[in-house]
Design a protein around this ligand. Structure first.
Ligand code: ATP
Ligand code: MG
Length: 394
């Protein structure tokens, strides 16, 4: 049977002047995701239409339900604009839904159709009551809406609307760099940034041999899971061992994390310049750990003037966990592999660092040269949703 998905844009529809640009980006994103599936995509100012055949339904639905920039969508069955064909279509498809009560709503743009919309709804309602067992009509709060749109050429039958992810199509904002640690927070931060239309790269700081290749694999897996919401993602692996060991040797142990994070930000700053990225995104959450008190953030943030976006800054851990479960990163995030932050974490990291002290400690080693060398040795890989070929790295 022929079907069409009818997409409504949502928040995107509030963008007056940029509307065309947003719709084009959404259309490109969807076309890219559906490139191997037989279907036709068309769009106008208020809707996008994807025509496809029954066999591809699951694949397409999975993609549409995970694409940002879609507020709501309907999955319609296409039939001839005749009473007989519309009734037959309803009869063949209505039981794909679980329901006790229903209500028929008809829209008739073909004014030559013999019945008006109220008459048609009534007639179709009686037909359903007669032919589908144990159902009743509820016009106020039905379990199921049976919607019919009668047009001149074809008619559409559809049921309850599906909720999309909302947000903006990925790519309407410029590239930004996500600090991806392998923990719970940063994949959620990446997801929320993409939801606002940001095109992301991910950056992982690793400290081999103090951290394991399992930890790297975990970050690769998380990046792959994030690809579900965009096309491909560049993952930059930063060899951070020398800098971390340098910090460890020269700094007071309670300041190790503060200085380590300043070094991370310095590297992020350079990476942003190199990749023409306009923001740093990370999973910091106010007060979560010593380095994320506002006083710590203040001292740490001083090294960069690039905007730092912290999408989970004001969420509770439990709220972040809920999202990570929803986006299917939680189970990977809780795998127990050491991260470079956890390996070197002191017993009592400072929660109110003193900037002068920090500067004094940083002067004790030539971090500028080390940062340059580190950046020269970054390994970048392109991750896609399907690709499993990172065995050479592990
Ligand atoms: P997460 O916050 O992702 O659960 P975490 O709790 O191990 O992981 P934190 O110590 O809270 O990380 O660090 C705060 C943020 O700093 C992380 O969310 C992440 O964005 C960034 N970060 C920490 N360690 C790394 C790393 N090894 N590589 C890249 N980014 C990192
Ligand atoms: Mg955290």
């Amino acid at each position: 049977m022929d079907r069409v998905i009818l997409i409504r844009y949502g928040e995107l529809s509030t963008k007056k002047d940029n509307r065309k640009f947003f719709v084009r980006q959404l259309e490109n994103n969807i076309k890219n995701k559906l490139k191997d599936i037989d279907c036709t995509i068309k769009s106008d100012n208020s809707h996008m239409y994807i025509y496809f055949s029954d066999d591809n339904f699951k694949k397409i639905n999975n993609i549409i339900s995970n694409t940002f920039g879609i507020w709501e969508y309907d999955i319609c069955y296409v039939c001839e604009s005749s009473e007989k064909d519309i009734f037959k279509t309803v009869l063949n498809t209505i039981n794909d839904n679980k329901f006790d009560s229903f209500k028929v709503e008809t829209r008739r743009s073909d004014k030559n159709f013999p019945l008006n919309s109220v008459e048609f709804s009534r007639k179709l309602g009686s037909f359903v009551l007669k032919n589908v067992a144990n159902k009743h009509v509820d016009v106020h709060k039905p379990d199921l809406y049976v919607r019919v749109e009668i047009r001149h050429d074809k008619s559409y039958v559809y049921y309850n609307s599906y909720r999309g992810l909302g947000g903006y199509p990925v790519g309407v904002q410029p590239r930004s760099m996500v600090m991806l640690s392998g923990g719970i927070d940063s994949p959620v931060a990446a997801y929320l940034a993409m939801k606002r239309g940001v095109k992301i790269d991910c950056v992982y700081f690793e400290a081999l041999p103090h951290t394991s290749l399992n930890a790297r694999e975990k970050v690769i897996t998380l990046t792959r899971k994030l690809c579900k919401y965009t096309d491909s993602i560049y993952l930059h692996i930063v060899p951070f061992t020398a800098i971390q060991e340098g910090i460890y040797k020269t700094s007071d142990s309670d300041y190790v994390i503060t200085i380590m994070r300043r070094m991370m930000y310095r590297i992020m700053d350079e990476l942003c310049k190199k990749n023409k990225a306009l923001a740093i995104i990370n999973g910091e959450s106010v007060g979560q750990v010593a380095s994320q008190t506002l006083k710590s953030m203040n001292v740490i943030n001083k090294v960069t003037s690039t905007p730092v976006i912290r999408p989970v800054a004001c969420l509770d851990k439990l709220e972040i966990i809920d999202i990570s479960k929803k986006i299917d990163t939680y189970e990977t995030s809780i795998l127990p592999y050491e991260d470079c932050c956890t390996v070197f974490v002191p017993r009592h990291p400072v929660i109110n660092p003193n900037l002068d002290k920090v500067l004094e400690m940083e002067e004790k080693f030539d971090y500028n040269t080390m940062i340059k060398e580190t950046i020269d040795n970054i390994y970048t890989m392109k991750i896609t949703e399907e690709d499993n070929s990172f065995a050479d790295l592990l």
